[in-house]
Write a protein that binds this ligand. Structure first.
Ligand SMILES: Cc1cc2nc3c(=O)[nH]c(=O)nc-3n(C[C@H](O)[C@H](O)[C@H](O)COP(=O)(O)OP(=O)(O)OC[C@H]3O[C@@H](n4cnc5c(N)ncnc54)[C@H](O)[C@@H]3O)c2cc1C
Length: 427
């Protein structure tokens, strides 16, 4: 087998892509791990640990160790800020053109002194550390916030940088890779809660999403209202926001678990807090989760019913109007904070990637497997899928799916190499 036909390109460095890359690299295969962002780890890299006195088995702690192992693995070449532009060839002999976008911040020069953030005049800041645990640690520039990208001549961060690590001009770079197989692990988009206009996300400061809450706990170590910094005592979670409705006929699998575990964490920090969970039905599948539910059901108020509207009162409280199915009537209640348990949606970029690679999407917009046997295989020989780009999964299931994709890729590469050797022997 020639060396390049044994290489594998993993597209997307979330936990499922990382699991695939480590599985392959640990068996001696060279891996290119492609990530469109400056840092790796995907969504789960910014999740909080939800342990109280006991571990809640949320799996957030698994992620940092796997990231560290990936970054230092000699068989893994990390290509950040990069996406696929073109693909040609076939199993055992793919040629992939990669585009690496212009790097505004030279990571080799950046000493993370924070001066750029200090002088940036926008609120929120357009240039900032990606997040505390980001690996590789890096500052990022948000084109949507930066005044320069709005036609203004602001140059404060570039001038203030002591190591001249910031530049606004330059070009993206292209390179070509030869690989035997590809694993697509491009993950999901968090459902955009603004689409449910009546729930007030983006309009009322104390309506947040589950992802916002994860990040507040990671950053602050406890729950504080973003605007006032006050610890809320009366909190509601609304389940199935962006799942199991007319546009999304599937369950996101993770929302009941993270909502209940975050509720447990809130009660642990503040036993007097009143937590209500509005749900359609609770998905309690998963290791230890039914037991977790039994423990918390006495302390958390569960209301079977879907809120239809949230309004902000004159005092800033949030009035939730909901149908209580068990009582068969429409009710109202007020809360200091409402958390929308947003689900897992297919990535908006999946269409483009599917076209570039020639792979199929399923009806709900996730990448389709070739058959229903859960084989990780796509309609193209040598291209596999891993993790939530195939459908909703939690961290352990994403890791398992990533490892399965890697095993499948290794197997077909071995088979195609021995077939080629057999053909050569006959000529
Ligand atoms: C609010 C919320 C809370 C959750 N909490 C928990 C929890 O407590 N425990 C748990 O087990 N699970 C939880 N989950 C589920 C968890 O987020 C997923 O299981 C996990 O993130 C899936 O990893 P992934 O690698 O498949 O996808 P992602 O995390 O989405 O990673 C995909 C990666 O691919 C990159 N990428 C995308 N497109 C491209 C491209 N074209 N080229 C290159 N790179 C690309 C992305 O930038 C990203 O780094 C939660 C989910 C949500 C929404």
């Amino acid at each position: 087998m020639n060396k390049e036909s044994n290489n594998v390109l993993v597209v997307g460095a979330g936990i499922s892509g990382i699991a695939s890359a480590l599985e392959l690299a640990n068996s001696g295969i060279n891996v290119y791990l492609l990530e469109k962002e400056a840092v790796i780890g995907g969504h789960s890299a910014s999740f909080c640990c939800k342990a109280t006195d006991v571990c809640s088995q949320c799996s957030a702690c698994v992620v940092p160790d796997k990231i560290k192992e990936t970054v230092s693995h000699p068989q893994i070449r990390l290509l950040t800020n990069s996406t696929i532009r073109r693909l040609s060839g076939e199993l055992g002999n793919f040629r992939v053109t990669i585009t690496q976008k212009l790097q505004y911040i030279d990571q080799e020069r950046c000493i993370a002194c924070g001066l750029c953030t200090e002088v940036c005049p926008t609120d929120p800041k357009a240039i900032h550390p990606s997040f505390a645990e980001a690996t590789p640690f890096s500052y990022v520039l948000d084109e949507e916030l930066c005044l320069r990208f709005k036609g203004e001549k602001c140059d404060l961060c570039r001038k203030g940088c002591p190591t001249k690590a910031i530049k606004f001009k330059g070009e993206s770079k292209e390179q070509e890779l030869s690989v035997g197989a590809l694993i697509v692990a491009t993950g999901f988009d968090v459902f955009d809660a603004r689409k449910k206009g009546s729930l007030g996300y983006g309009r009322y400061p104390n309506v947040l999403t589950g992802l916002d809450l994860e990040q507040i706990f990671t950053r602050e170590g406890c729950l504080k209202l973003p605007a006032s910094g006050v610890e809320p005592r009366n909190i509601a979670f609304i389940q199935c926001v962006g799942s199991r409705d007319e546009d999304h006929d599937y369950c996101s699998h993770v929302c009941c678990k993270y909502a209940m575990k975050l509720s447990g964490l809130i009660k642990y920090h503040n036993p007097d807090a009143r937590v209500t969970i509005f749900y359609i039905d609770l998905q309690t599948a998963g290791k230890g989760f039914a037991q977790f539910y039994e423990e918390y059901k006495e302390n958390i108020r569960f209301v079977r019913g879907v809120p239809v509207e949230i309004l902000q009162t004159a005092s800033g409280e949030l009035e939730v109007r909901f149908e209580d199915i068990s009582q068969g009537k429409v009710c109202r209640d007020t809360f200091e904070l409402v958390v929308l348990s947003v689900g897992i949606s297919p990535s908006k970029e999946s269409w483009d990637l599917a076209r570039t690679l020639g792979i199929n999407l399923s009806d709900n917009g996730f990448f389709a497997e070739r058959d229903s046997m859960n084989t990780n295989e796509t309609n193209i020989d040598g291209i596999f899928i891993a993790g939530t780009c195939q459908g909703p999964k939690d961290i352990p299931d994403s890791i398992a799916h990533g490892i399965a994709a890697a095993s499948k890729a290794r197997q077909v590469l071995t088979e195609s190499a021995s077939q080629r050797q057999g053909n050569q022997g006959r000529h």
